[in-house]
Design a protein around this ligand. Structure first.
Ligand code: DQA
Length: 157
């Protein structure tokens, strides 16, 4: 089964950007760790980062045809503004885990609102790079449960 991880604007600067908030890990380090854990558990994993809202919408939509079974997404600043990312998530009807490195509830008021929180399967916030790791664990569990349910369904038929 395949998991797609989508990183939003400015996350390409992790390790350089606001290290006091996001820590020293680079996006590449985070992706490497996710890749290792996914592979160890028999999952395929793919990564996408963009600073552009429309490209992120395209990447979400492509999940309909590229074999993606579940999405892990940190829309970064677009979390707080993007109706089009919300609509794309709703459109694909697949499990989605929303991830944030910082504890957005403890930051400026404009970060308290997420446009996607109520349309995703669940969210993990505030654990730095560990948020992604926990997001992956959750997604693998969700997909394993779906697979088991499908297998049981198949046996009944
Ligand atoms: C973020 C939180 C957002 O408010 C911010 O704009 C980001 C990163 C996080 O991972 O903590 O760029 O999504």
């Amino acid at each position: 089964m395949k998991i797609k991880v989508i990183h939003g604007p400015n996350l390409n600067l992790l390790g350089v950007r606001e290290v006091n908030i996001y820590g020293p890990a680079k996006l590449e380090d985070i992706n490497k760790n996710l890749e290792m854990v996914a592979k160890q558990n028999g999952f395929e994993i793919e990564f996408f980062q963009s600073n552009h809202e429309g490209d992120i919408v395209d990447a979400i939509q492509e999940s309909l045809t590229d074999g993606t079974d579940g999405l892990i997404i940190n829309p970064a600043a677009l979390t707080h503004t993007s109706v089009s990312i919300r609509d794309a998530i709703t459109a694909i009807q697949k499990p989605v885990v929303e991830v944030h490195m910082s504890n957005v509830a403890a930051r400026e008021e404009f970060r308290h609102k997420s446009m996607i929180s109520d349309v995703v399967t669940g969210n993990i916030t505030g654990f730095g790079p560990l948020s992604y790791h926990l997001g992956l664990i959750a997604m693998m569990e969700i997909l394993n449960q779906i697979k088991m349910a499908q297998a049981q369904q198949g046996q009944k038929q």
